[in-house]
Design a protein around this ligand. Structure first.
Ligand code: URP
Ligand code: ZN
Ligand code: ZN
Ligand code: ZN
Length: 484
């Protein structure tokens, strides 16, 4: 059976034009005027865009003594409801656990996915087993991105020597390291001091992680990546200090990408000063929300190209889970949701205000990350032969965001009460209509794992340059280079 999307305007990262889209066998079969098919989806007044790719989710993640409450079932259902058609989740070995062993757990969890997905692998400890298994992860499993936590001291954090070793291994394998950039040692000291002084509430979470801890760690990771000869992707960039380090590095020709979250773009630190403990604790995440000056910096980064992708870091905990931290803010599970709301919020506050164009919207929600992950143009494109992961976007459709009726399993929404204008009319996952005019047509288990090839163009270019500029011994007459 074929499907045709008619009367819409195709909007990609570089072009907007009127055309119909014909879908056969889950892929885009033709683009042009007056196409016909068995099933017709009317896109009059709508934009036909590549479905969103969320490169940063934590579904059913074991963390801080509990599990995040959205799993691959509810999480990917939420994604589709908001126009996102692929998620990349983090496989997280507990310290001492093998990478392949952890992957089995993520393989089991992800069988329920409604949309396509991939994994990043986290490096949470370091020895020969990890070094060896990285090769299998890349070459056999098609997982080419490795996450390093520079924070969460005592659990997930890795030190600089481990990070440098892992980054060099990534360079050899044609993989890309990711960092959660916060100085975990300083965070631990500041947290202990705040607690000792009686600052136990959720607002102290923000005080324990000032922008400097993020700026320092971002710059450190960039320099370590440069010495290792590997590109770097910085997740959840929340502040000017971190953005500044990324901007500077990019201007120097370093291959660094920065990922702001929709939460940091649209919510600020005043949330933590709310008199209602639950309200504040529900918004505890790392890095914390910042003030207006930092938000302006992130928006400028998206407009100017110094920041590349907008993600959610979707890691949803219920109010009951957040209450583990009553009396001690360091025990509040860190994380917020956003999968269903990322595209409508970014459209409303980005395109709706004129801060970014519709084409830039597609770039930062889909195409840029597809290129970084080396899955473009299978994903992130409206081109013949690409997967028909598409969203038919109605720029006039409005709603007020509310936990009531959301797909996420948790009992609140950090965007509660926000008015959005711009929502999916249809979301298609490999040609299958999963959302039609707000009605969910989910199919558990439909989602497929997306294998990614290593050695993307940027890795190849960087390793050519590093080989050309590598240290070389100088031949000197009468003095053997080997020292023998
Ligand atoms: O607070 C956050 N961001 N929770 C999820 C884990 C992480 O650090 O990305
Ligand atoms: Zn993180
Ligand atoms: Zn409230
Ligand atoms: Zn995360």
């Amino acid at each position: 059976m074929s499907t045709v999307i008619k009367n819409g305007t195709i909007v990609t990262a570089d072009l907007s034009y009127e055309a119909d889209v014909l879908i056969e066998g889950g892929k885009i079969a033709a683009i042009g005027p007056d196409l016909s098919g068995d099933e017709v989806l009317d896109a009059t007044g709508c934009y036909v865009m590549p479905g969103g790719i969320d490169p940063h989710t934590h579904l059913e993640m074991p963390f801080m003594g509990t599990y995040s409450s959205d799993d691959f079932e509810s999480g990917t259902r939420a994604a589709l409801a908001g126009g996102t058609t692929m998620v990349v989740d983090f496989a997280l070995p507990s310290p001492g656990q093998g990478l392949l062993d952890a992957l089995k757990m993520w393989d089991n969890k992800s069988t329920r996915a409604h949309c396509d997905y991939s994994f990043h692998m986290a490096i949470t400890w370091w020895d020969k087993q990890v070094f060896d298994e990285m090769e299998t992860v890349v070459n056999e499993r098609g997982i080419t991105t490795f996450k390093h936590f520079m924070a969460y001291k005592g659990s997930l954090m890795v030190n600089d020597d481990e990070m440098f070793a892992s980054f060099r291994r990534c360079a050899e394998l044609g993989a890309v390291p990711l960092v959660h950039a916060e100085n975990g040692d300083v965070v631990a000291e500041l947290s202990a001091k705040l607690l000792a002084e009686g600052n136990t509430g959720p607002e102290a979470h923000a005080y324990s992680r000032p922008p400097q801890v993020e700026g320092e760690a971002t710059n450190r990771a960039i320099m370590i990546a440069d010495m290792a000869g590997v590109p770097l992707y910085v997740v959840h960039v929340s502040c000017e200090e971190s953005h500044e380090a990324i901007r500077r590095a990019r201007m120097q020709g370093k291959r660094v990408w920065g990922e702001p979250l929709i939460q940091h773009l649209t919510l600020d630190e005043s949330e933590y000063f709310n008199a209602d403990w639950d309200h504040a604790a529900r918004r505890v995440m790392s890095p914390p929300f910042r003030n207006r000056q930092h938000q302006d910096s992130l928006w400028a980064g998206l407009a100017s190209g110094s920041l590349s992708c907008v993600a959610t870091d979707h890691c949803a905990f219920t109010t009951d889970q957040k209450r583990y931290g009553v009396g001690d803010f360091t025990k509040i599970p860190n994380g917020t949701g956003g999968l269903e709301d990322r595209l409508p919020m970014l459209w409303t506050y980005g395109v709706g205000t004129g801060r970014i164009t519709p084409n830039e919207f597609v770039a930062v929600t889909s195409t840029n990350i597809a290129k970084i992950l080396n899955v473009y143009p299978r994903k992130g494109a409206v081109l013949v032969g690409a997967d028909a992961d598409l969203v038919v976007w109605d720029p006039e459709k409005t709603k007020t965001i509310s936990a009531t009726g959301q797909q996420s399993a948790i009992d609140y929404n950090v965007f509660e009460g926000k008015q959005v204008k711009g929502l999916p009319r249809y979301t298609l996952t490999r040609g299958r209509v999963a959302v039609a005019d707000g009605e969910m047509k989910p199919q558990e288990g439909w989602g497929e794992f997306v294998k990614r090839p290593p050695n993307g163009a940027v890795n190849r270019a960087l390793s050519s340059w590093k080989a050309l500029t590598a240290p070389r011994a100088i031949e000197r007459a009468g003095i053997p280079a080997s020292g023998v």
